[in-house]
Write a protein that binds this ligand. Structure first.
Ligand SMILES: [Zn+2]
Length: 237
């Protein structure tokens, strides 16, 4: 992973910590340079009455900066799109293409856009996650590599760029083809999640949930004690 450039894109602050921060910190330890792009402003991520959206957006952005620091992520970009209203549209894609053409990642990680629900886990996916996954996938292919797409970016000197691999964080068990050993970085993952103080009441519960999930994925891998799982797409030229 030496000198590889990684871009991880999600809808909300904390999504990446849950889904792939064990992998990201492992790759950083191996010499990769990682960036985050958080598309929404996280301003609706609270069930406490009286919480002001603008205050929450600020708090969540600073929690994400702290989590990134724990993991060694070089920079966090924010899309500032409205939480709960994210759409896979031209504006969002342009933002993602802009970042891709600026930092030129080898690998992009995002959320699997085809996950609607998982009955086994009692999980219904957030619409922002699906839209973030779609917008990122289509920004990787074809828009960031297509000369004719977003001519305004080309005018700014942002040349087309070909991302080689797309990793999808998936909560579906079908189609997983890549397991990453996070034995040495699980502690960092937990420490990064701990930074999102506005998002949990009882950290010990969250921690045991993360340990349990990482162990379950580890068992699935048949190789590792703790793991994260992905659908990896190697993009043909
Ligand atoms: Zn989320």
């Amino acid at each position: 992973m030496k000198d590889k450039i990684i871009l991880a894109v999600s809808a909300h602050e904390d999504d990446l910590e849950f889904g792939c921060s064990g992998t990201i910190s492992k790759w950083i330890k191996e010499g990769a340079i990682a960036y985050y792009l958080i598309l929404t402003d996280g301003s609706r991520g609270s069930n406490i009455e009286g919480t002001k959206s603008r205050d929450l957006a600020k708090i969540r952005a600073s929690e994400e900066q702290n989590a990134a620091k724990v993991l060694g992520v070089k920079e966090v970009f924010f899309g500032h799109f409205k939480d709960g209203e994210l759409k896979d549209n031209d504006e969002v894609r342009e933002k993602i293409v802009r970042i891709i053409r600026t930092i030129k990642p080898d690998i992009v990680i995002t959320m699997d856009p085809k996950i609607l629900y998982n009955a086994e886990f009692g999980y219904i996916n957030h619409p922002d996650h699906i839209e973030a996954g779609k917008a990122t996938m289509f920004s990787v292919f074809p828009y960031s590599r297509n000369l004719m797409s977003y001519p305004e970016l080309l005018k700014e000197g942002l040349e087309p760029h070909k991302v080689k691999e797309l990793y999808l964080v998936s909560f579906d068990r079908d189609g997983l083809n890549t397991f990453i050993d996070i034995n040495d970085t699980l502690e960092l993952k937990i420490e990064a999640l701990k930074q999102h103080k506005s998002q949990y009441d009882n950290f010990e519960n969250l921690k045991s949930h993360i340990m349990m999930m990482s162990e379950m994925v580890g068992r699935e891998s048949r190789k590792y004690k703790y793991a994260e799982a992905f659908i990896k797409i190697q993009i043909r030229d």
